[in-house]
Design a protein around this ligand. Structure first.
Ligand code: DAH
Length: 342
């Protein structure tokens, strides 16, 4: 029996030695210690051993099994360590390799400028009213003191959808909606897209405006000027000043064209300001009493001012662009350069 066990042990040791992986090692385990394994069959044959010899034989079988199990375990650990090492090797990362460049988007420059302007007016207490891009002729023109056959209608080439409906040509229409629905004091800005049949280097059939309206007791042109002075300093720099020139809009009386001192040459005269030292930036004025009265506002008590800013115009000045199309062509090489949020 002793020799038999010794034989089994030696055979097992040799077999374990020759294994090349966990699978093969498991086969050896089964062939020795499994249900039909060699050592198991020796155990099964214990019943034929004389009772007085059983403890001794049992002990020998146990010792053999333990020895084989120990070897199997050692070999198993060795294979597992090797497998782990191979995995580490294959998954090794070179942390010095340059990473792949991730492109990330940003807001369109027009959206950025619009947000900046909205923030400036927001800090002055203005609320935002966003109107609709499809308007009626009444809100876009008639209520703004521009009835049918008024010559000022020619200033804006309009896309009509029907005799009654049109694509708004100006965000000024927002003024009327607000005044019809709210009582003074009113202090709103109305940003949004507007449309005109107009197309050249500085005009596009679709562009963006921001209307502003303040209605309260005792509002004058001075309030407008003071507020605009603050606004242009925020947008174009603290040394910027404003100049008002008389103009005409049907919905304001008096009406003004607002110029800013040239932020490039500081008034000396350059290409940007065409040698004048001034750049035109927006239209504004004191709200025409006819407009206020049409909205049911008592002009003995209240007065107001309004202004209309072209957002693309501000963006073009700010970024030094001379063709509005650059803002709409979605050329990433251009858009990447016009990012204030970098
Ligand atoms: N709506 C005018 C335009 O599109 C801009 C404008 C001028 C708006 C004067 C105003 C204003 O509120 O007072 O040309």
């Amino acid at each position: 029996m002793k020799e038999k066990l010794q034989q089994i042990k030696e055979k097992a040791i040799a077999a374990i030695e020759q294994t090349n992986g966990l699978e093969m090692l498991n086969d050896v385990r089964m062939s020795v210690l499994g249900k039909t394994g060699e050592l198991t069959s020796v155990l099964k044959g214990m019943k034929d051993v004389a009772p007085e010899d059983r403890p001794k034989v049992g002990q020998m079988v146990n010792e053999t099994r333990e020895a084989i199990e120990k070897l199997l375990e050692e070999k198993k650990i060795k294979f597992e360590q090797e497998a782990m090492k191979r995995r580490y090797e294959s998954e090794k990362i070179d942390v010095t390799m340059p990473s792949t460049k991730k492109e990330h988007g940003n807001l369109h420059p027009i959206t950025q400028v619009r947000n900046q302007i909205t923030d400036i007016f927001g800090s002055m207490g203005f609320e935002v009213y966003e109107g609709t891009e499809i308007e009626t002729d009444y809100y876009n023109f008639t209520a703004l003191n521009t009835p049918q056959d008024h010559p000022a209608r020619d200033m804006q080439d309009t896309f009509y959808l029907s005799p009654e409906f049109l694509l708004r040509t100006q965000t000024s229409s927002g003024q009327i909606h607000v005044m019809e629905n709210e009582k003074p004091p009113i202090k709103i800005i109305s940003p949004g897209k507007v449309f005109r049949s107009d197309d050249d280097a500085t005009h596009s059939p679709m562009f963006s405006q921001m209307e502003g309206l303040v209605v309260d007791k005792g509002i004058t042109l001075c309030d407008l000027k003071g507020m605009l002075d603050e606004f242009v300093k925020e947008v174009f720099g603290q040394e910027t000043t404003t100049r008002l020139r008389p103009s005409y809009f049907p919905f304001t009386e008096p009406s003004v064209e607002v110029d800013v001192s040239c932020f490039q040459c500081h008034g000396k005269g350059c290409k940007l300001c065409k040698g004048t030292g001034w750049i035109e930036v927006l239209g504004a004025g004191v709200v025409n009493n006819k407009v206020l009265e049409g909205c049911g506002i008592d002009t003995d008590v209240y007065s107001g001012f309004a202004f209309g800013i072209g957002i693309e115009r501000i963006a073009m000045l700010k970024y030094g662009i001379n063709n509005i199309k650059l803002l709409f062509e979605s050329d990433l090489r251009v858009l990447k350069q016009l990012d204030d949020e970098k």
